[in-house]
Design a protein around this ligand. Structure first.
Ligand SMILES: Nc1nc2c(ncn2[C@@H]2O[C@H](COP(=O)(O)OP(=O)(O)O)[C@@H](OP(=O)(O)OP(=O)(O)O)[C@H]2O)c(=O)[nH]1
Ligand SMILES: [Mn+2]
Length: 178
């Protein structure tokens, strides 16, 4: 399959998997806008053309948030993509605060490709928070998300200057520092 066809196949797969899900914003944006936007940040802002990274970005929330299994991803898209998705998938059986702590602890030990996806994921979500506050989120919860994201991104430093600079600007804007 050509790379273009492969990207469309991956987009199609993610869209099918997320088809019933919506974002937490008041407009109830289709969830698939997020993985597509994360892949787009990588291609348009981070200068990434590695197909496995772009595929992992499109698939990055399928196992965490739908019935998709890692086995299924490996069978359809190969071991390399599976491994990146595994690295960026939270274990939803753990309590939320434990998951958040593990992201901070694991970030520095991720592979370069997983770090790229993680940076783009955080950049998308922080921009999304600036655009629209999720249903039920207080200003304090938004600020705490920025503070937590700062600690995760700290562990991803030295991966991609363009995304790191954009993230730094967002943190400065919110008064978030070490
Ligand atoms: N900013 C924003 N986020 C939304 C919205 N709708 C869904 N989300 C998702 O919510 C997650 C952040 O909310 P939390 O309450 O901190 O996390 P949780 O869903 O894992 O409990 C992100 O998950 P994630 O992508 O897996 O990333 P991560 O935060 O776990 O790293 C983000 O994609 C929205 O409208 N705005
Ligand atoms: Mn995500």
């Amino acid at each position: 399959m050509s790379e273009v066809a492969l990207l469309l196949e991956t987009t199609h797969f993610a869209a099918e998997k997320h088809k019933t899900q919506r974002r937490k914003d008041v407009e109830k944006t289709p969830y698939i806008n997020h993985p597509i936007g994360v892949a787009r940040i990588l291609s348009h802002e981070a200068g990434i053309s590695d197909i496995t990274v772009l595929q992992a970005a499109l698939l990055h929330d399928t196992v965490e948030d739908t019935d998709t299994t890692f086995q299924e991803i490996e069978e359809k898209f190969g071991l390399e993509v599976r491994k990146i998705v595994e690295e960026v998938t939270d274990d939803k059986s753990l309590p939320r605060l434990v998951r958040k702590r593990l992201q901070i602890q694991h970030a520095p030990h991720c592979s370069h490709k997983a770090k790229l996806v993680k940076l783009a994921d955080k950049l998308y979500n922080l921009r999304d928070l600036n655009r629209s506050t999720p249903n039920g989120w207080s200003a304090q919860r938004v600020q705490e998300y920025f503070q937590w994201a700062f600690l995760v991104v700290k562990g991803l430093r030295g991966t991609n200057p363009a995304m790191e600079q954009s993230l730094e600007q967002l943190f400065i804007q919110k008064g978030v520092t070490a």
